[in-house]
Design a protein around this ligand. Structure first.
Ligand code: AMP
Length: 430
């Protein structure tokens, strides 16, 4: 008996999305560009689990940050362990670096990763609860060239994808020596404006005054225009470090903007931070790669004092930007050159072997083995724009031949089956 009651239809969970076949070409194209670039510059791929111990993220990203406070997907295992779906890649890469003894390898250790990240955000265009990040990290070198190389690579990646109207926004957050003086100046600045800032910033004023700078409330943004600038408070070493990075960027002609309002929402950054943003129409969702230096994180996670820097970019955001600019990418599979149409039981049975012999010969072919009507198969062949259609009917299957139809002229010829692959290859070349 047919059950007429309609079953509930499921939808993707809020903030997640399916990556459909028609979009796969973007993913493949971006990853190929990224892997070729990073590989050339000596980065090796690392894959870490999708979940980690909750403490890892709390300790690294920071307790007062939006990510840790509001956005973690956390679960308790049957054994009582607290695990969290990774909201970003750096903490996990550092954990893996220490866990697997990569810290005894020659430094710097250059790693890159790619995979889904999870943040319980309010979903909107370009902001998801599951999104994919590609990230690169250079561990074990504090020199300016490391920061510059990472920024250069992030920029080159974006540029190589056809996104050429972007700038690097850059700032320095100093180190533990000079940061207190800046935070003091910032508190001083906000002290007599506290009545005018939003309710969240009133709380931030107490323990994360730095985050008041990039508050998205219009009133707070207006006030932030006048903030003291970190570059004026950097100690000598941090100032020299920052200046050298800018000189490197000048040398390689990466366009940058000194942005005193850039703070980034993670606690672990020291000195350099950057984001790559479009020249115009900047929104909260326009940042592509973003990252910086995190000289204290490895020590914080149980390793010895080891400087490091890195960045991550959202892949969905890159695709969005490419689509907005009508940037075309090559199809995942090259266009088929031939179509194999079959008719009748014997031909259908033998078609798979015939199709396979074209794959082995490197000839792009298409077929529609589920169909039985020649008319509908020829219609598909026309739509695909193939040069030849092979017609393999009952008679041909028994005779050991196949009909080769030239689509443009409509001319047909019968060819022995054992010669068809060579014949097609020859004619495709001419
Ligand atoms: P973050 O890890 O916050 O520094 O972000 C690095 C990059 O990841 C951003 O510049 C975006 O390109 C991307 N990203 C961050 N959060 C999301 C999200 N919720 N949805 C989509 N992409 C994101």
């Amino acid at each position: 008996m047919i059950n007429s009651k309609k079953q509930k239809q499921f939808q993707a969970p809020k903030g997640t999305h399916d990556i459909l076949p028609e979009d796969q070409k973007y993913w493949k194209y971006i990853m190929k560009k990224a892997e070729t670039l990073l590989d050339y510059y000596g980065f090796e791929r690392i894959d870490t689990p999708i979940f980690e111990s909750t403490d890892l993220f709390v300790r690294s990203i920071g307790e007062g940050t939006d990510i840790v406070e509001k956005e973690l997907f956390t679960l308790k295992t049957k054994g009582g362990d607290m695990l969290t779906l990774r909201p970003e890649g750096t903490a996990a890469v550092v954990r893996a670096y220490l866990d697997n003894g990569l810290n005894v390898k020659p430094h710097p250790v250059k790693l890159y990763y790619f995979g889904p990240m999870f943040r319980h955000e309010q979903p909107q265009h370009g902001r998801y609860r599951q999104f994919f990040q590609l990230g690169a990290e250079t561990i074990g070198d504090s020199s300016e060239i490391v920061d510059a190389e990472l920024i250069f690579l992030a920029y080159k990646l974006i540029e190589s994808l056809g996104l050429d109207n972007y700038n690097v926004h850059i700032n320095s957050l100093g180190c533990s020596q000079c940061r207190p003086a800046y935070l003091k100046a910032l508190k001083e600045f906000y002290k007599n404006k506290i009545k005018k800032v939003c309710s969240v910033c009133k709380i931030r004023f107490k323990d994360s005054v730095l985050r008041m700078i990039d508050c998205k409330e219009p009133g707070c943004q207006e006030i932030a225009k006048e903030i003291p600038q970190f570059v004026d408070y950097l100690d000598e070493e941090c100032r020299a470090h920052f200046k050298h990075i800018l000189e490197f960027l000048d040398e390689v002609k990466v366009p940058y903007i000194l942005n005193p309002h850039l703070v980034r929402g993670l606690d672990y950054y020291t000195r350099t931070i950057f984001e790559i943003l479009p020249n115009e129409n900047i929104t909260a969702q326009s940042a592509l790669p973003g990252g910086g230096r995190y000289d204290k994180l490895i020590n914080l996670l149980g390793g010895s004092k080891t400087p490091a820097a890195g960045w991550a970019t959202g892949i969905e955001r890159i695709i969005m930007a490419m689509k907005e600019r009508n940037i075309n990418v090559p199809e995942v599979r090259p266009k088929p050159k031939i179509f194999l149409a079959q008719l009748g039981e014997v031909a259908k049975r033998k078609s798979l072997n015939l199709f396979e012999s074209f794959r082995k010969a490197g000839v792009e072919a298409k077929s529609s083995l589920g169909r039985d009507s020649i008319k509908s198969q020829l219609r598909i062949a026309h739509r695909l724009g193939v040069k030849f259609t092979l017609i393999f009917g009952q008679k041909e299957a028994l005779d050991g031949t196949v009909i080769l139809k030239e689509m443009e002229s409509g001319v047909q010829e019968t060819i022995p089956l054992e010669k068809i692959v060579d014949e097609v290859k020859k004619r495709l070349k001419s």
